[in-house]
Design a protein around this ligand. Structure first.
Ligand code: PMP
Length: 359
């Protein structure tokens, strides 16, 4: 027997996660393929998880996320009702698409950007509208504004952009917002915003305050280091937030994840020290690859992009042989997450070898 799956699904390739690291010739195994945080959870976060654990397993989680909503609303200066949580911000991105775009509707984003966008858009039966990044691998917001049609319901602006690390500027985003029709929702995906130290970069919250048609996506997976617990959220106006709650899967955020997120908010000063280190390490890796003559791009995220073109697979093999797993995009380039100092040293060394052999 064969089923007739929904039209368009044949164009969808299932999301492929970053690969675990093979053990290299000298015993190194560095997973730098998923933009994860290299640090173990803080002791206070582990305590919060352990305290929640015994009582939270046989019961469904509290869907109202009361403590998390309250702590985060206070932290961000927004109404708790504006916050909608999901099993990672990827689930909230999916909620946004399902709430706004049906069959035939367009969802726009720059390309290349977050790999899940086209999957989520097609899975919703909507049409992906991909606008190429410019030569510096930055969003071409003028071209994006030009490409909006009557069917466009949603635009994702990923800044810093995954996988290139480039940001849009406040001025560019303002100019873009002036051109976007009010019925098109612009989602500023700030998964990597905590690593962005460029003063010219926008703040999603400011744009949310200034434009009715803006929503912001945040995650606890990256700077907060809770990728395995799955918690992300949108900041959205009441009508959008209500629509997101309608399409959300019930019980998407476990009590363990909620308490870890609350404990992380209470430990922001400690986490900031770690973020600062990741930013320093990113700048160190970038500078080293750049001075070795490699085609690396400036990044405000916790990864750097190496434009390797046709050499991508060969370069990836050199990394694998050394026990370093990075994210290779065939024919295009490699996204290398920032890890521990030792892992980053290995990246610098391997990139040099790969460049000598293949680039
Ligand atoms: N947005 C962007 C741009 C990302 O790169 C990612 C993760 N790779 C996400 C959203 C989703 O992260 P999570 O679901 O872990 O919150």
């Amino acid at each position: 027997m064969s089923f007739s799956f929904r039209p368009g699904l044949e164009q969808v390739a299932a999301y492929t996660p970053g690969k675990p690291a093979p053990v290299g010739a000298d015993g190194l195994s560095a997973k730098l393929s998923s933009n994860e945080n290299p640090n173990d959870p803080l002791p206070s976060v582990i305590d919060a998880i352990v305290k929640t654990f015994p009582t939270s397993v046989n019961r469904y989680p509290n869907m109202a996320t009361p403590e998390l909503s309250e702590a985060l609303a206070a932290r961000l200066g927004v109404d708790a009702q504006s916050l909608v949580f999901g099993s990672g911000s990827v689930e909230v991105a999916s909620q946004l698409i399902h709430a706004l775009a049906g069959p035939g509707d367009e969802v726009m984003y720059a390309w290349r950007s977050f790999e899940a966008y086209p999957i989520l858009v097609r899975a919703a039966g909507a049409v992906p509208l991909e606008v190429p990044l410019d030569a510096e691998l930055r969003h071409d917001l003028d071209a994006m504004a030009d490409a909006i049609t009557e069917r466009t319901k949603l635009v994702f602006v990923c800044t810093p952009n995954n996988p290139t690390g480039a940001t849009v500027t406040t001025n560019e985003l303002d100019r873009f917002m002036q051109r976007v029709p009010k019925h098109v929702l612009v989602v500023i995906d700030e998964a990597y915003v905590h690593f962005d130290v460029d003063p010219k970069s926008p703040t999603g919250l400011d744009f949310f305050a200034r434009y009715e048609n803006v929503a912001v996506l945040h995650t606890f997976s990256k700077a907060y280091g809770l990728a395995g617990l799955r918690v992300g959220y949108a900041i959205a106006r009441p009508d959008v937030a209500e629509a997101l709650r309608k399409v959300a899967l019930p019980f998407g955020v476990t009590d363990l994840a909620q308490s870890a997120a609350v404990a992380s908010l209470a430990a922001e000063a400690e986490l900031q020290v770690r973020i600062d280190t990741i930013v320093e390490e990113r700048d160190r890796v970038y500078a080293a690859l750049k001075s070795a003559g490699l085609p690396v791009f400036p990044s405000q995220a916790n990864f750097v992009w190496l434009e390797a073109g046709e050499s991508t697979e060969a370069v990836n093999e050199v990394f694998r042989a050394r026990g370093v797993s990075v994210r290779a995009f065939a024919g295009s380039g490699l996204r290398i997450s920032i890890g521990s100092a030792i892992e980053n040293d290995a990246v610098i060394e391997v990139a040099g070898l790969a460049a000598a052999a293949h680039m």
